[in-house]
Design a protein around this ligand. Sequence first.
Ligand SMILES: Nc1ncnc2c1ncn2[C@@H]1O[C@H](COP(=O)(O)OP(=O)(O)O)[C@@H](O)[C@H]1O
Ligand SMILES: [Mg+2]
Length: 378
Amino acid sequence: MFTKWFGRNTPRHSAGAESDDHLIDLRNIVKTYQSAAGSFTALKGVSLAVDRGEFVAVIGKSGSGKSTLINMVTGIDRPTTGEVIVAGTPVHTLSEGKMSVWRGRHLGIIFQFFQLLPTLTVVENVMLPMDFCKMYTPSERRKRAMMLLEQVEMTENADKLPSAISGGQQQRVAIARALANDPPILIADEPTGNLDSKTAGAVFALFDGLVKQGKTIVMVTHDNDLARRASRSVIVSDGEIVNQYLAKALPKLSLDQLISVTRQLDKLTYQPGEPIIRQGAPADAFYIVTKGSVEVVLDQPGGGELIAEVLGEGAYFGELGLLDGGTRRATVRAAHTNGIVEVAALDHAEFHALLADSEGTRVDVARMAEQRIGVAAL
Ligand SMILES: Nc1ncnc2c1ncn2[C@@H]1O[C@H](COP(=O)(O)OP(=O)(O)O)[C@@H](O)[C@H]1O
Ligand SMILES: [Mg+2]
């Protein structure tokens, strides 16, 4: 049941069908570049799953590995080791030729510098992916391109060359082009990086609308304000992904602490109703809910039970017994309502080392513990 968060060849747990269902599934990706200066590992064994309808923002410092990560999804680059499964296709195994046709049909890609062909008009640029993948009949292609340009409010510029329109307008055209073959997934690398903030906001709003229409979007951005408006952020740091629930649970941790704790977390899964810790048992670990929710249950003197609290994703539990070095004051179990529950566990030594290392976290966790003791005493 224990699997390291970034362990190699993470075994899929028993509900195989469920865990294989991700639209994008990067598994233990290592990417090492070889150059004259030696080898450089840009991705150090990252796993990332994205489900249908998600809008994921990928953030992190320049050089942290964001582009390398999404280039794995698009097949622009290949992993040194690891697997890339997109819409059921093992992208890392495709030949170059197969890859470009597959990519043209399944992915829309948007770049920072638009990359429209300068000698083609706006509408011809949008038709290009349909021509390349032989999608739609030749007569339908122009009509469809005009329909897409209407969606991004660019019809009046259809016959202009890219050089005759602004950067924001070029990016709208690039989005229309990305939608040409109606791909389920859009991958964008700093799409607003070259736009002023107002234009960036408008482009972001377009993405937002596309998610509402059912597209799945992964967008690299430098802009933390925009990232917050996505449904989820993934932080990349030095070729690793920071556990998102850890950052939510313990917001006072520094980026470096988040990264090192991420490596220590054990991932555990539970069936609905299954206990995770039991009242009265010795305390040995700290837990963060990473999928679904858990019920905190207090045994009542008369023999009944009281559900004191329901904790959702990003909440933690198990700190009370660790802080007073004793036994569990409550039973915590996977909620009955919503499928398999996942938690990330940190063992007691790692938990205490973390508190010693982060004053802010120590204060926050102690405050939470006090509140919970108050609830238990009621
Ligand atoms: N083709 C390459 N050869 C060697 N090193 C590379 C190559 N591409 C990227 N890198 C290195 O990998 C690291 C991550 O790059 P990148 O993914 O582009 O970062 P980001 O997009 O977060 O700015 C950087 O240190 C970069 O220099
Ligand atoms: Mg980049």
